[in-house]
Ligand binder design. Structure first.
Ligand SMILES: *Cc1c(COP(=O)(O)O)cnc(C)c1O
Length: 369
């Protein structure tokens, strides 16, 4: 029985990477804002349609860097339906997460419930473009403007996504992208913050480099978040193939949709209007009252066939052990409901369509059991 993993990293041809790193041997410049770093920064700005970018060693440190540079205090409104990183970054920067519920169709922060979460201590909003679904960016910005709040997006899933032709990194004050090996675009490990205020360029440099602001001057107590040249070289190679990668993912997603669309109790991800998707994930929500079995049953049936699916995101980040005594997951009932029912199916550019058929037949035959 052939195993199918939930994801598989995309790789450029081996020779292409070798060629790309040759000049690193010649220069012996391995890290600290080298020429690969500069080249990748330029290519990403162009591709994402943004003005300002700061590359980081990984997406999580990009999130922390983003919060650090903005010099915030108090509460940050976010959602618990995300990867632990989002919530952990807020807590680790000395801020208090306030959990807003999510929309049951696109799983992003429900902007209609946002205003009720605002207090006199609120300083920022950090919504997540979950699965590459674009948040209600206009409504969120309106509310942020009304209360004079910053907006930072966790855009880890949304590389290359556009709404009305505008790159998703242009919404809010700043957005974080993750370039982890499992993401649509990767630099092995890596991440970036794109931001609107060009005057922050030095602050973003310092927050990645111990706060060093000059040969004999350290401005503040930052950590080390620099991306190295080998990662940047991988990013440069992967950038050359990104459109092709997304096109292949699209084919996989279309196959899934075709084969799963009419199964009662299996809810598929929304297709958002005027959004150019990156086909990052394929979540299904299993409704036992119509499907006859639970999400965990589907997970187990797939596992039995050597197919890896992922309970992503489960559990909610409001149940992280150190936060459990402070938050009640029932305060975000929609997020709780979705987390208990959601499953992401295998998805990567080279996933064979026959494998998609095999996966879907497991989901279909379980329904009839
Ligand atoms: C991957 C991910 C991160 C963290 O990025 P890393 O590059 O793995 O550090 C943060 N938030 C979300 C939603 C993610 O999926």
């Amino acid at each position: 029985m052939k195993k199918i993993l939930v994801t598989q990293s995309s790789m450029p041809p081996f020779e292409e990477y070798v060629e790309e790193i040759r000049s690193i041997w010649d220069s012996r410049w391995l890290t600290n804002f080298g020429s690969k770093h500069a080249e990748l920064s330029d290519k990403l700005c162009e591709y994402l349609g943004v003005q300002n970018i700061a590359l980081f060693v990984n997406g999580h440190s990009a999130l922390e860097g983003m919060l650090e540079v903005m010099d915030l205090k108090g509460e940050v409104i976010t959602t618990p339906f995300t990867f632990a990183s989002t919530t952990n970054a807020i807590v680790r920067k000395g801020l208090k997460p306030v959990f807003c519920d999510i929309d049951p169709n696109d799983f992003t922060l429900d902007a209609d419930k946002l205003e009720a979460c605002i207090t006199e201590n609120t300083c920022a909003i950090m919504p997540v473009h979950v699965y590459g679904n674009v948040c209600q960016v206009e409504k969120i910005q309106q509310i942020a403007d009304k209360y004079n709040l910053k907006v930072f997006y966790d855009a880890a899933h949304a590389f290359g996504v556009k709404k009305n032709g505008v790159g998703v990194g242009n919404f809010g004050d700043a957005s974080m992208f993750s370039f982890h090996a499992t993401k649509v675009f990767h630099s092995i490990e890596g991440g970036a913050v794109v931001y609107s205020d060009g005057s922050l360029v030095n602050a973003f440099k310092q927050c990645r480099d111990f706060g060093i602001s000059g040969p004999e001057d350290i401005h503040y107590t930052a950590g080390n978040g620099k991306m190295n040249e080998f990662s940047a070289a991988m990013g440069i190679c992967n950038m050359r193939h990104i459109n092709e990668e997304i096109a292949k993912r699209k084919k996989v997603v279309e196959k899934y949709r075709e084969l799963l669309q009419d199964i009662p109790g299996i809810q598929l991800n929304v297709i958002q209007e005027n959004v150019e998707s990156n086909y990052a994930y394929f979540p299904i929500v299993v409704h036992p009252e119509h499907y006859g079995h639970t999400r965990d049953d589907v997970f187990a049936a797939l596992a039995e066939q050597g197919i890896g699916a992922r309970k992503y995101f489960y559990p909610l980040t409001s149940t992280i052990e150190s936060l459990r005594s402070i938050y009640d997951p029932n305060d975000t009932p929609v997020a709780q409901h979705v987390a208990n029912r959601v499953l992401t199916l295998p998805l990567y550019a080279n996933l064979a369509l026959e494998d998609v058929e095999r996966i879907c037949s497991v989901v279909r035959s379980l329904k009839n059991k």
